[in-house]
Design a protein around this ligand. Structure first.
Ligand code: NAD
Length: 422
């Protein structure tokens, strides 16, 4: 009882205002995030420097997507972004929200606007509670290129030639591929993997693996997909030049040889290596698939982070923090019907805390305001502890504590707020 009564955060004044971008979305996650702001953040943090953008379908539709462009521009400037899940409307949702036009996924605009390098996805752990992986699993998913940016046409019988025309006018065009198509129906696809930012990705990956004390693996299918060789080769160069000794000294890579994993083997190891303590870096689409598998093994997407990391021209990192799940539409419908719900806010909470921490660290770097950074670090630690303790004391959401002992969406958020120190 003593532990329960302890207030984790006490401060005579609110934490000073630091700028960050807050992007709101839709449905259950929007509702829960507004409660989290009200009970966890606003009582303790001066949010007057935060810039808020509404990326609900309706607001995007009404503004002709100006809100998306404004949010991307503000993110590029402030470099610390929290994003709630949003909806990319289907035809059915277009009718439901009475939209006048189809809206593209906002992710592409964000990845381009923030020079996306990697989407980092890590397992979330609560000490004393066993989830899928015992120790951390880190993941880097290349944020650009591959199948997502493909151009394609359905075509018939004939000759197909893919030609590259260099920007240098003196250089000759180059035939990338030439083939004869003998089927009467074919789909031809062209995509490319940009490689300029892979070195930054590799640095980010190895640094994070060292910090977390885990063994790094680079995942590709380069044995068959030969064009994936450079992704591996760049990682290996960076590893050999800068990280080999540190990983060797710590016994994380005992022979000093960076390990490569074939992507199909990686799908099996993710299920087998439930002790955790490993990191993987992969191409965009492989990363998408493999991180979903990591999320499933680790119980649910609620227990995994999703952070887009980009690099600004001045070398500083632009970071966007979000939960890996969607807007949890089914719970929102139940809530609208007046039924009790139990949304697990941990993924969104980690995203909020990540954005706040990054904003404080950027600010400390810029103006040397170390006390501000330290105060924010302490606040974030206290909030994380309030969340974890609430789970540990058996007062978690239904997915963790069961429907009898577990708390509803609102009761859980209140309980954490109270434990933090309202
Ligand atoms: P979802 O992740 O919202 O929900 C899938 C299932 O998991 C649901 O049964 C939901 O109740 C449950 N669930 C997920 N997170 C939970 C949590 N934290 N606590 C308790 N239960 C949780 O996926 P969906 O239902 O396929 O998609 C709903 C909407 O979200 C769609 O319109 C989709 O476009 C959007 N979406 C957005 C993003 C994003 O913005 N990053 C990602 C995925 C889906």
């Amino acid at each position: 009882a003593a532990a329960c009564a302890e207030k984790l955060w006490e401060s005579p004044t609110k934490l000073p205002a630091i700028p960050l971008v807050y992007i709101s979305g839709e449905e259950m996650t929007r509702y829960a995030a507004s409660l989290m702001m009200k009970h966890w953040i606003e009582p303790h943090v001066d949010t007057s420097a935060w810039e808020f953008f509404d990326l609900s379908c309706k607001a995007r539709d009404v503004s002709n997507d100006k809100v998306l462009h404004d949010a991307v521009a503000a993110g590029a400037q402030l470099k610390a972004i929290f994003k709630e899940p949003t909806i990319t409307p289907t035809a059915q949702q277009m009718a439901e929200f009475k939209l006048t036009k189809a809206l593209p996924s906002p992710n592409g605009a964000m990845r381009r606007g923030w020079n996306g390098v990697t989407i980092s996805r890590d397992t979330i752990h609560i000490e004393g509670i066993e989830l899928g992986f015992k120790k951390p699993v880190l993941f880097e998913r290349h944020a650009v290129g591959g199948e997502y940016g493909a151009g394609w046409r359905e075509i018939s019988k004939g000759r197909l030639i893919t030609t590259f025309f260099p920007d240098d006018e003196n250089a000759e065009p180059l035939i990338v591929d030439a083939r004869r198509l003998s089927d009467s129906r074919n789909v031809a696809v062209v995509y490319h993997n940009p490689l300029d930012n892979v070195e930054t990705l590799a640095d980010h990956f190895f640094r994070r693996c060292l910090d977390a004390n885990v063994t790094p693996y680079v995942v590709t299918k380069k044995t068959v997909f030969k064009w994936q060789e450079p992704f591996w080769a760049i990682h290996k160069e960076v590893f050999d030049a800068k990280y080999r000794h540190q990983f060797q000294e710590r016994g994380l890579v005992p022979d000093g040889q960076l390990q490569h994993l074939i992507s199909d083997a990686a799908t099996m190891q993710i299920i087998r290596w439930t002790r955790g303590n490993f990191g993987m870096a992969a191409h965009n689409y492989d990363g998408d698939m493999l991180t979903d598998e990591v999320a499933q093994v680790h119980r649910s997407p609620g227990f995994i982070t999703s952070n887009l990391v980009g690099k600004a021209d001045d070398g500083s990192l632009i970071k966007e923090f979000e939960a890996s799940h969607g807007t949890v539409a089914d719970l929102w419908r139940a809530h609208l019907r007046g039924e009790p719900t139990s949304f697990n806010p941990l993924g969104m909470a980690e995203a909020m805390m990540g954005a706040i921490s990054h904003a404080a660290h950027l600010r400390a770097g810029a103006g040397g305001e170390l006390e501000v950074k330290d105060a924010y670090d302490k606040f974030v630690q206290s909030l994380r502890k309030a969340l974890h303790n609430t789970f540990r004391y058996g007062q978690g959401t239904w997915d963790m504590a069961g429907k009898d002992a577990g708390l509803t969406t609102e009761a859980f958020i209140h309980k954490v707020g109270w434990r933090l120190g309202r």
